[in-house]
Ligand binder design. Structure first.
Ligand SMILES: Cc1cc2nc3c(=O)[nH]c(=O)nc-3n(C[C@H](O)[C@H](O)[C@H](O)COP(=O)(O)OP(=O)(O)OC[C@H]3O[C@@H](n4cnc5c(N)ncnc54)[C@H](O)[C@@H]3O)c2cc1C
Ligand code: FES
Length: 295
């Protein structure tokens, strides 16, 4: 039907797969070590397939609140992979143990129950939606921020969109998931301690790529620590290159009720990152250095 609104041609703020109401129990089907991180997977019996950039609020059914009552609230997690499986949708998450919630989630084992709410938030756009002349994508990931780029790479690949991937890590202990989540892809790596790839920042690799002739026609997609995101935002702003950033902020509810995730907008005012993000057009913000984000 002419003029019909689909998720693809909807304005960015409406581009999302909508979550069913309430939380639902999912069975953990796998948990494995991935370098300094872990990947755990759960079978979602009734939720929809998420889109790249979306996240879930997660809580273990047992042992939540084990450390002096913490963690109390569920924790926000980007979905790193989603695929149809017998009995539902397999959801993959990459976790770094940084506190009581992530410690418990990293400790989940097969057959345990996980409370899941989602998928939540706004998805990544395609390069063509960001700029009509952008034929391909450059993905820039740092640390645990490689998670949403893994599912983005798959979803862009399914549409035949060319993708270049740059991933960076602080050191060996703060790295992992590349082989498991970016299999069969050409990935350029950087590490600050030099244990893999270029010794330095992933933004060094981006700088080289953006000097190339094709750079102005690429769309950049980034997720990582605030300092990295801010460097990507500034580089793209200087080069006039379209970019989307998957950002983090402290999230208590995940669906717009608590205002804990407010992020200042370039034109004044605030967005709630859980409903207006977590994927943000880099032109919407003056800085990616958000108070309370990053660890
Ligand atoms: C949209 C979104 C997607 C995320 N995806 C992932 C993911 O795929 N994998 C993953 O391991 N983590 C992810 N995170 C971060 C994760 O939610 C936090 O690390 C987690 O909530 C920390 O909980 P905790 O109880 O383990 O530690 P806490 O004791 O609550 O926090 C430990 C440290 O982490 C910092 N922190 C807490 N919450 C956040 C937050 N939301 N963002 C940044 N720093 C925080 C705190 O300031 C503290 O320094 C995501 C966060 C958001 C908002
Ligand atoms: S996390 Fe509650 S409003 Fe965003």
């Amino acid at each position: 039907m002419t003029g019909q609104r689909t998720r693809e041609n909807a304005p960015p703020s409406e581009r999302r797969v909508t979550a069913p109401p309430g939380r639902r129990a999912c069975e953990v089907i796998e948990s494995r070590k991935a370098g300094g991180y872990r990947i755990f997977s759960a079978l979602d019996p009734s939720g929809p397939q998420p889109s790249a950039g979306q996240f879930y609020m997660l809580a273990a059914a047992d042992g939540w609140g084990q450390r002096d009552g913490r963690p109390y609230l569920p924790r926000a997690f980007s979905v790193a992979g989603a695929s149809a499986a017998e009995g539902g949708t397999r959801l993959d998450f990459l976790v770094e143990d940084v506190g009581p919630g992530t410690e418990r989630l990293a400790g989940l084992r097969a057959a345990e129950q996980l409370w899941v709410t989602g998928p939540l938030g706004r998805t990544f756009s395609t390069p063509g939606q960001l700029a009509p002349a952008a034929p391909g994508a450059i993905l820039v990931g740092g640390g645990i921020g490689i998670a949403p780029l893994a599912i983005l790479r798959r979803q862009l690949g399914e549409r035949g969109i060319p993708v270049r991937i740059l991933l960076g890590f602080r050191d060996r202990a703060h790295s992992g998931g590349v082989d498991e989540l970016f299999d069969c892809s050409e990935v350029r790596l950087a590490s600050e301690d030099g244990h893999v790839g270029h010794r330095g920042y992933v933004t060094d690799l981006l700088g080289v790529l953006l000097e190339g002739d094709e750079a102005p026609t690429a769309a950049v997609y980034a997720c990582g620590p605030p300092g990295m995101l801010e460097a990507v935002r500034a580089m793209c702003a200087r080069g006039g290159i379209v970019a989307e950033l998957a950002m983090e902020a402290p999230m208590a509810c995940g669906f717009g009720a608590c205002f804990g995730c407010a992020v200042p907008l370039a034109g004044g005012g605030f967005m709630r990152l859980c409903v207006d993000g977590p994927v943000v057009n880099a032109a919407e913000i003056d800085t990616a250095l958000v108070a309370g984000s990053g660890h």
